[in-house]
Design a protein. Structure first.
Length: 172
């Protein structure tokens, strides 16, 4: 069995396995969302972000001349890497990859996999990038098995052993 994990910016715009039945039937048995976006059909990430108050990410995003968004390096440790050692958070800030600003307005054009594949969701209760209330909303609507961990957005790093156990459980 194979589980597919997702975390916020990474892999949020990919085609859902449910739109590739041959793969879903043979490979993907479960999904694990870790402090991640879980849009529904025709729903954009920007619209999701507007459902609940911004806890810091909106004010920390800075566009470049090409329209890509970066998190201001000075704000990155408190907004995106809270809970990590300061040296590690600063290193991540300098190594971050941008997201196309247009991606926030582009709706999901396929059926989300969570509608047909059993899903787990990890809510990072100290997340300042995605409001934990939004994480709870998405988890509830997808009928996911939910675990809440007291951590920031990069919970998969700060609580790696807990995340590994959840992924292992999802793969059973």
């Amino acid at each position: 069995m194979r589980s597919r994990g997702r975390s916020s910016w990474s892999d949020t715009r990919t085609e859902a396995p449910s739109s590739r039945p041959q793969q879903r039937q043979s490979n993907v048995k479960s999904l694990v969302y870790v402090a991640a976006f879980a849009p529904d059909s025709n729903e954009a990430l920007g619209a999701l972000l507007q459902r609940y108050p911004d806890l810091g990410l909106g004010k920390a995003l800075a566009p470049d001349a090409a329209g890509f968004l970066y998190i201001d390096a000075a704000k990155y440790p408190e907004v995106f890497a809270n809970g990590l050692p300061p040296t590690q958070a600063r290193a991540f800030a300098t190594a971050q990859k941008p997201i196309a600003g247009s991606a926030l307005g582009e709706p999901l054009t396929v059926a989300p996999a969570w509608k047909t594949v059993p899903s787990w969701y990890v809510v990072a209760t100290q997340d300042r990038a995605i409001n934990p209330e939004l994480e709870r909303f998405m988890a509830k609507r997808m009928n996911a098995r939910v675990t809440e961990l007291p951590a920031g957005h990069l919970v998969f790093i700060s609580r790696a052993q807990d995340i590994a156990r959840i992924i292992e459980s999802a793969s059973q």
